[in-house]
Design a protein around this ligand. Structure first.
Ligand SMILES: [Zn+2]
Length: 164
């Protein structure tokens, strides 16, 4: 769902420390995830919008160097550039690792030409028995990461190998 502010005539006041929230950028985000007010990793409620230099040893990182950060467990998530919308849910180190490794196996399926990227997402959605709107690695919890990794590895070990 597109963030309703994208189509509202009112000026969008950017939350600190963001310089702006771009309506044009909001319009491009088809699956807008909710802005986190509590932490999905530790259930704490001290989630702050910060410059990501608070995460990366005092150095800011990227063109849109902001993040939602849990002040209790230091799980975090980056933002869609030009907006205050998170790229997914917060992740601590084990969850970041699980998302990266499962997405790495998944990406091979379309990068090596076994399916189109859209086709691979549709396939993964069916394999996991979830809604298309839920099929984003940035939303997955550890258990779903492991399940995704398993079905992708099985695919690569059978179909993927045959075609290669
Ligand atoms: Zn937390």
């Amino acid at each position: 769902m597109i963030d309703p502010r994208a189509n509202s005539p009112e000026r969008i006041v950017p939350p600190a420390p963001l310089p702006v929230v771009s309506r044009r950028r909001l319009l491009k985000i088809k699956d807008a995830f909710p802005i986190p007010t509590s932490c999905n990793c530790c259930n704490g409620d001290r989630v702050r919008l910060v410059e990501n230099s608070e995460i990366y040893n005092g150095k800011s990182f990227g063109d849109w160097p902001y993040a939602y950060l849990c002040m209790d467990c230091f799980a975090y998530v980056g933002l869609h550039p030009g907006t205050d919308l998170p790229l997914g849910t917060l992740a601590n180190k084990p969850l970041r690792n699980a998302r990266n490794s499962s997405k790495g196996v998944f990406n091979r399926i379309w990068r090596e030409g076994h399916m189109t990227r859209d086709g691979a997402y549709a396939w993964l959605t069916r394999q996991l028995g979830i809604q298309a709107s839920e099929c984003h690695f940035g939303l997955f919890d550890i258990e779903r990461c492991h399940r995704a990794r398993t079905v992708c590895e099985q695919f690569m070990a059978t179909t993927g190998r045959r075609k290669a």
